[in-house]
Ligand binder design. Structure first.
Ligand SMILES: *Cc1c(COP(=O)(O)O)cnc(C)c1O
Length: 398
């Protein structure tokens, strides 16, 4: 800006921002539970939860209390000191998962970046086998840093960013022959989402993922599960891998981990602990006292209140209602999902369904061009589900 007068005008539509997001013409100013209000006073039923982030609803009292208490005490000290909240949050994660060691960061992409770095470093410096290749899947989504967009199996996120890091290979999901053909003595890890979320709500086949896990075990390949969207109770288990009878060597978290406070984590099994040593990885803001106070409160709430079980029940109710009320629609092809990660696959583009739903006071998103994605919070009530289904049935059966 060249104007030498100090500008205090309101930002409006954001002329000073990069145009990295196609924004809806809605400005949300207040949230409570499943509900949001815009600056004109309109009320919305939130069935997207900030893209699977506000799993406990908006402004959950218990998380706010933990946050405010920590804000009164200490904000930031750096990882050159012990941070009790960080150690305690890590213990909650390892006590409630197959993992043994946690690295905290600030986003999903960073968690996956840490997983990729750990997998390579473990193979190269601990196993000393020179392996570096990471196999990922078509239609996957793993983030926007250079390594994680390279891991992502979607061409559109890579456009214009060449040269990309080496050592990534892509195969179709649920095709074991393709995996066997792709594996080599260079394969360090296989990385996947148990339910591809951004890619269109595609759960992995149980038989397939079990064979993948067995192949990894036999060949010393690390299995990395991206739980960034599926984790924190959303699918009806605390972590979605629990549905499939497998244990990943590494899994990654972000989105719902902080109930809306930005935080990510990579969790790994004991053998991987020595993959990182002091100085081999780090983050200034990783696991601050504030962030990990929120993680602790979030985990205590989800685990203590059995919210995974609740998500499973509410997800079953949501899918049953959708199947019943959308049965007459020739546009709707399939309703599928796991817990409260639900997709409505349609015969054509659904962008208009999202904007029409907004006009009727319901917030939903897409997952690929033809799938309406529903991500209500884990405390969503049957009445709220009925209200959302009524609006969707109006839009999808007309
Ligand atoms: C959102 C998401 C990411 C990226 O997380 P950011 O916090 O946006 O970096 C990675 N993987 C999956 C499966 C996601 O849903």
């Amino acid at each position: 800006m060249s104007n030498n007068q100090t500008q205090t005008a309101s930002a409006g539509a954001g002329a000073s921002l990069f145009p990295t997001y196609a924004r809806y013409p809605i400005t949300l100013v207040k949230g409570e539970g499943s509900w949001l209000w815009d600056d004109a006073g309109n009320k919305y039923l939130d069935f997207m939860s900030g893209i699977a982030v506000t799993n406990l609803g908006h402004a959950p009292a218990r998380i706010k209390e933990a946050l405010v208490q920590q804000l009164d005490q200490l904000w930031h000290v750096s990882n050159l000191f012990h941070i009790p909240n960080q150690a305690e949050a890590a213990k909650l994660l390892t006590d409630n998962s197959c993992g043994d060691a946690v690295f905290f960061c600030n986003s999903g992409a960073e968690a996956n970046e840490a997983a990729i770095k750990l997998a390579r470093r473990y193979q190269q410096l601990v196993q000393k086998n020179g392996r570096y290749e990471i196999i990922t899947f078509d239609q996957s989504f793993h983030g926007r840093t250079l390594a994680t967009l390279t891991a992502t199996g979607q061409a559109k996120v890579k456009e214009g960013f060449a040269p990309l890091p080496e050592g990534f290979k892509y195969i179709p999901l649920n095709d074991f022959a393709a995996l066997e053909a792709a594996v080599s003595d260079k394969t360090a890890a296989i990385m996947l989402e148990t339910v591809q979320a951004e890619g269109g709500i595609h759960p992995v086949d149980r038989d397939y993922i079990q064979k993948v896990a067995q192949l990894c075990e036999e060949q010393g390949i690390l299995l990395i599960v991206d739980e960034i969207q599926t984790g924190m109770g959303r699918t009806g288990k605390l972590f979605a891998y629990e549905h499939f009878g497998i244990e990943p060597d590494i899994f990654t978290l972000a989105k719902g981990l902080g109930s809306g406070f930005p935080v990510g984590a990579m969790v790994a099994k004991e053998k991987l602990r020595e993959g990182f040593t002091a100085g081999s990885h780090g983050s200034t803001f990783g696991g601050t006292p504030i962030a990990t106070a929120v993680v602790k409160a979030t985990l205590e709430t989800i685990v203590g209140d059995d919210l995974s079980v609740r998500a499973a029940a509410q997800g079953d109710y949501l899918m049953a209602q959708l199947r019943e009320k959308l049965a007459a629609s020739s546009f709707v092809q399939e309703v599928r999902g796991l817990g409260l990660l639900v997709g409505i696959e349609c015969a054509g583009p659904v962008a208009d369904v999202v904007t029409e739903a907004q006009k009727r006071g319901l917030l939903v998103i897409t997952a690929g061009p033809n799938v309406v994605r529903l991500l209500p919070n884990l405390l969503v009530t049957n009445e709220e589900i009925d209200e959302a289904v009524t609006i969707l049935a109006e839009l999808l059966t007309k």
